[in-house]
Design a protein around this ligand. Sequence first.
Ligand SMILES: Nc1ncnc2c1ncn2[C@@H]1O[C@H](COP(=O)(O)OP(=O)(O)OP(=O)(O)O)[C@@H](O)[C@H]1O
Ligand SMILES: [Mg+2]
Length: 256
Amino acid sequence: MSRVLAVASGKGGVGKTTVVSNLGAILTEAGKNVTLVDGNLTTPNLSMHLGIPLYPVTLHDVLKNDALIPEAMYVHPSGIKVVPSGIGIDDMQGTDSRQLPLAIDELLDQTDMVLLDTAAGLGQETISTLEATDELLLVTHPNLPSLTDVLKTKNLAEDFGIDVIGAVINSHTGSRQELNEREVSDMLDGVPVLGKIPYDRKVSEAVAMKRPVIHHDPHSPASRALKEIASRVAAEELDVDYGRKGLLRRISEFFR
Ligand SMILES: Nc1ncnc2c1ncn2[C@@H]1O[C@H](COP(=O)(O)OP(=O)(O)OP(=O)(O)O)[C@@H](O)[C@H]1O
Ligand SMILES: [Mg+2]
């Protein structure tokens, strides 16, 4: 049976789209049949993270009943399958996010896993993504304001009967003020922490270059953490080999 896994945080800007684009890239590289869907309908960014050009048919057209979801599927040059959302303000007009669960259902015979990016906040579009998913992965920064929003998201998701499979701590710096894995898990009533992604300038570089950090620098600390998280999400050791980094390159990067 196909899995539907949404990635949510409550708070904006904590790394949901970074996690979705990179898990999608890693799982695709490992040979999994995964489809990314940009469920962030009001402020979609997934296509920018992946460098997807303006696409004639988007999820918005599907939600307006103007297209079927396979028509909105874009295949990235690396093989990642994506259903982007429209980025224009006009795209919102006449869009009914409550159609999302139906649209996702129509994808399930074509893919083994849907990874659903979500909007910040807990408004109707987030509710629609919760109605469309079976599983949820939470993303939080290691601080109290972020974790408070994640806790609300988790509680809401559980009211919908969703399986909250874990949390990802993003942008940790090692500062003493940061919450650690145990504190995060305890505050989330025992939800396991599936991984910690360090603050890594390679991530912002990759976003600027419109590609997942796993493609930009597969050996960066953030990429290594994302690979581990992908294995935990897939519940198996993934066979992804981005090649070994030469000694010379490592030395030159160290001095840079
Ligand atoms: N581990 C990291 N290290 C450094 N920068 C990061 C890291 N993770 C994310 N960022 C930066 O934070 C920005 C926001 O990340 P992202 O777009 O993934 O967040 P989001 O939760 O999807 O935001 P929104 O709620 O607006 O959709 C990105 O532009 C990226 O440059
Ligand atoms: Mg986002």
